[in-house]
Ligand binder design. Structure first.
Ligand SMILES: Cc1cc2nc3c(=O)[nH]c(=O)nc-3n(C[C@H](O)[C@H](O)[C@H](O)COP(=O)(O)OP(=O)(O)OC[C@H]3O[C@@H](n4cnc5c(N)ncnc54)[C@H](O)[C@@H]3O)c2cc1C
Length: 242
């Protein structure tokens, strides 16, 4: 089925949270009405919003869900403003109470069903689905979580304080390795290999810019991880959605 033919649901913006410079979280609810249904989703999935950038020219943009279906009361997406059409409209124009059409949550970037440790590699706004997976693994299983998270600076990198609190609340189960690239430099393949060499063949989840993902995936494979144990999500534009 084409994306355009997928039945739409209506969501309303309950509230908006600033996550530091140029990033906002939009907390959503099913829009009230006779057709209103709960926004069911799995951790790691994404929602596609129909953004009314112009009355006759809405655009479809997908956003990973940053919340956890068992520990967060509502679904939220987290959007980084960039020079593009849709994210800029959401950042500048969207307000609590607004209703938007959306393609319901979908996607395969979800947790595998093993009980082994989970290895998460995120850069920038690529944290969104991994934050969801991290919270879900901690809330709904006994699995351990290792999260390596790269961001430019503390004030432009979403969820740092929340992740640090999550790590404190889950001592012995969650490890957060934060790399602020402005001071620490970028993550290199040798560091990825060192991290995974100390671990017992976990499934790896990788999300971030294309060059970051390619580097991490190559390093994981070079370290002996089977390609099938590495899952990735795109956060780039989908061709044909303008
Ligand atoms: C599965 C999936 C999950 C995603 N999850 C997230 C998420 O959690 N958070 C998030 O923020 N994004 C996410 N994205 C990306 C998101 O869907 C959009 O692609 C992103 O917000 C950019 O859309 P846009 O309309 O703002 O940019 P577009 O208008 O589509 O432009 C695309 C790019 O072109 C460049 N560009 C456009 N206009 C200009 C200009 N005037 N000057 C300079 N450069 C320009 C910018 O780099 C821009 O990013 C996800 C994408 C996918 C496919």
């Amino acid at each position: 089925m084409s994306r355009a033919a997928t039945p739409l649901v209506q969501v309303s913006i309950d509230h908006i949270v600033s996550e530091g410079r140029d990033v906002k979280t939009f907390v959503l609810e099913p829009a009230p009405g006779p057709e209103s249904k709960p926004l069911d989703y799995q951790a790691g999935q994404f929602l596609t919003l129909r953004i009314p950038v112009a009355a006759d020219r809405p655009v479809l943009r997908s956003y990973s869900i940053s919340t956890c279906p068992v520990s967060d009361p509502r679904l939220a997406v987290t959007v980084k403003r960039n020079p593009g059409t849709g994210s800029n409209w959401l950042y500048e124009r969207a307000e609590p109470g607004m209703t938007l059409d959306a393609i319901p949550p979908t996607g395969h970037f979800t947790l595998d069903d093993s009980d082994s440790e989970i290895l998460l590699f995120a850069a920038g706004v690529g944290i969104t689905p991994l934050y969801s997976l991290c919270k879900y693994a901690l809330a709904a299983s006994d699995r351990k979580v290792y999260l390596h998270y790269s961001g430019r600076r503390r004030d432009t990198t979403p969820f740092i304080a929340a992740l640090e609190a999550l790590e404190r609340a889950n001592r012995g189960r969650m490890r957060l390795a934060l790399r602020l690239t402005e001071t620490d430099g970028r993550l290199h393949a040798s560091a990825v290999r060192n991290i995974v060499s100390a671990m017992d063949a976990p499934t790896s989840y990788v999300c971030g810019p294309a060059d970051y993902k390619a580097m991490v995936i190559d390093a994981l494979v070079a370290a002996g991880r089977p390609p099938g144990s590495i899952r990735t999500e795109s956060t780039g534009p989908i061709p044909g959605t303008s």
